[in-house]
Design a protein around this ligand. Structure first.
Ligand code: BTN
Length: 274
């Protein structure tokens, strides 16, 4: 059953993060919460400004795909993060964002796994997707920061929270799930707060130029190590056995000739073993 609009008071009563989510924009409908977060950045909104919408008319997924948000049932959330220019490589941000979603769902009682670069799965089906975008903005006003350049990342997350089986389009029936379908009773406000609480320390670690335990923790939640995979990259398909993450967040495969290939961006299909 769909819930009434995202309850700000419930969200703030759960939120522990000091900076992320403290400025919160809640919308009934928008094209994309990532676009709203970029608009907020350009208008000088503070680090951690967060946008949540009940519905998106042009929600974006990775690789130019569309993302559907079921009104009142799914969480569509974007958070704008200011960079200090001395942080860890950008390729680590999607991993940190996926790990934050996984940790959030664990806090709510789920046992998720991760598929590179940042799909979050429950029972082998996708329960959440992450779209990270980075830009350099020239700010005329800059809000509290004053005018100047701003390097920022917007992390957008879609989580299937309350959908029942027949809420998913037929094309996603076998590949998508929701927290409710997997027996995890959680509200969208709790998922949002838990996500921001988990992302804040990971982001601060990256901004200090450190990876902390990101790569180890991410790797421990992946189930495809040692399996044959196909990575669809912007420059073609690569097949190999999934071996490890590189320090920059790429996925290292070893192909049939034993050559190591580091995949920087793409979508992964994991071959199911017989
Ligand atoms: C993917 O798995 O392809 C990424 C999906 C990301 C969807 C979220 S929903 C909130 C934010 N706004 C968007 O337009 N996209 C992201």
């Amino acid at each position: 059953m769909a819930e009434p609009a995202f309850a700000r008071s419930r969200f703030f009563s759960r939120l522990g993060a000091r900076r992320l989510g403290r400025t919160l924009v809640t919308l009934a409908e928008t094209a994309s919460t990532n676009d709203e977060a970029w608009a907020a950045c350009a208008a000088g909104a503070p680090h951690g400004t967060t946008v949540v919408a009940e519905a998106q008319t042009r929600g974006r997924g990775r690789a130019g795909r569309a993302w559907h948000t079921a009104p009142g049932k799914a969480l569509a959330i974007s958070v704008a993060l200011h960079r200090n220019g001395r942080g860890a490589p950008l390729g680590l941000v999607p991993l940190a964002a996926g790990l934050a979603v996984a940790r959030a769902l664990e806090r709510l009682g789920a046992a998720p796994s991760l598929k590179w670069p940042n799909d979050v799965l429950l029972g082998g089906r996708k329960v959440a997707g992450v779209l990270c975008e980075s830009r350099r903005l020239s700010l005329a006003e800059g809000g509290a920061r004053g005018p100047g350049a701003l390097e920022a990342v917007v992390v957008g997350v879609g989580v299937n929270v309350l959908q029942a089986e027949d809420d998913f389009p037929a094309a996603l029936a076998g590949s998508a799930t929701s927290l409710a379908r997997e027996g995890v009773a959680a509200r969208r406000e709790e998922v949002a707060a838990a996500f921001l609480d988990a992302l804040e320390p990971l982001w601060e670690e990256l901004e200090r130029g450190s990876r902390g335990t990101l790569l180890e923790e991410w790797s421990a939640r992946a189930t495809f190590w040692g399996r044959p995979v196909t990575a669809r990259t912007p420059v073609g398909e690569v097949r190999g056995e999934a071996r490890a993450l590189t320090p920059d967040g790429a996925l290292r495969l070893v192909d049939a000739d034993g050559a190591a290939i580091d995949v920087l961006a793409g979508d992964l299909s994991v071959e199911t073993g017989s």
